[in-house]
Design a protein around this ligand. Structure first.
Ligand code: 9D3
Length: 248
């Protein structure tokens, strides 16, 4: 059964073209994943299709009304004939991580609820399974975060990314940064010339594997030492890391 997503937004035009392009687009076209974009305004009942209103108690900005969101969720729930997993994208959410992507990729269906304005009527949260943020920076709405979550989840679904092995082995899932990669030519002419590390041209697969491990660990130690606290390293990697730490 393909995983399916319902994205609820007041800006379908911001979401739709992303779903048509690239690996996600191909997966949707082939039926490996399903995605529907629901315009929140289609779930209003007034002539002006109003989705927001002023906050009770006063203050700046507008708040997304609860009823159109409830009607959208009711409609999706009736179609699916099953309880929904509703993910609210908001700056107040828990930080979205690879572990969340992995967990969510085992669900059959996800609703991604995108906010705009100053936020949602708090009562929307009575229908929300979990609330996620993609990081500590301020965006204009939840559409890009919803696409980020969908992209990260969808690529873990079998058949979406061509090379299953690369998904399974990707170093980030183990808590390491990627090792450096090169492709032809072996030398870029210039001053100085930029050469591919000799070991990669050597054909010594054991040495190449160890070089890559060392590079991935060195980079992680240098740029993201926080990742090493929880990384799942094999014996060889632990030895390399201990040696690097000794040598400073
Ligand atoms: C925390 C800022 N809020 C103070 C009044 C206002 C506000 C700013 C931006 C409320 C909503 C938004 C729109 N952002 C999102 O909907 C959002 C988001 C983000 O801005 N950063 C990281 N992750 C996310 S997930 C949804």
């Amino acid at each position: 059964m393909p995983i399916s997503f319902d994205i609820v937004t007041i800006f379908p035009a911001m979401v739709e073209p992303v779903l048509a392009a690239g690996i996600l687009g191909r997966a949707i076209e082939s039926g490996t994943i399903e995605a529907r974009v629901r315009d929140l305004r289609d779930f209003t009942t007034d002539r002006h299709r109003v989705v927001d209103d002023v906050p009770y108690g006063g203050g700046p900005g507008m708040v997304l009304k609860a009823e159109p969101i409830f009607r959208a969720l009711d409609a999706i729930e009736s179609e699916r004939r099953a309880p929904l997993t509703v993910i609210l994208l908001s700056p107040q959410g828990a930080r979205f991580t690879q572990a969340d992507a992995s967990r969510l990729s085992r669900q059959a269906h996800l609703v991604l609820l995108c906010g705009r304005y100053e936020g949602f009527d708090e009562r929307v949260r009575s229908r929300v399974t979990e609330e996620l943020s993609i990081g500590d920076f301020v965006l204009t709405g939840g559409e890009l975060p919803a696409l980020v979550v969908m992209d990260a989840v969808a690529r873990l679904v079998p058949g979406v990314v061509g090379d299953e092995q690369s998904v399974a082995e990707e170093s980030f899932a183990r808590g390491l940064l990627d090792y450096p990669q090169y492709t032809r030519p072996a030398e870029l002419v210039g001053d100085p010339p930029l050469r591919v590390p000799e070991v990669l041209l050597s054909g010594h697969h054991g040495e190449i594997r160890r070089w890559r491990k060392r590079e991935a660990i060195a980079r992680t130690l240098e740029r993201r030492p926080d990742l090493l606290a929880t990384a799942s390293l094999d014996d060889e990697e632990r030895r390399i890391l201990a040696e690097m730490r000794r040598e400073g």
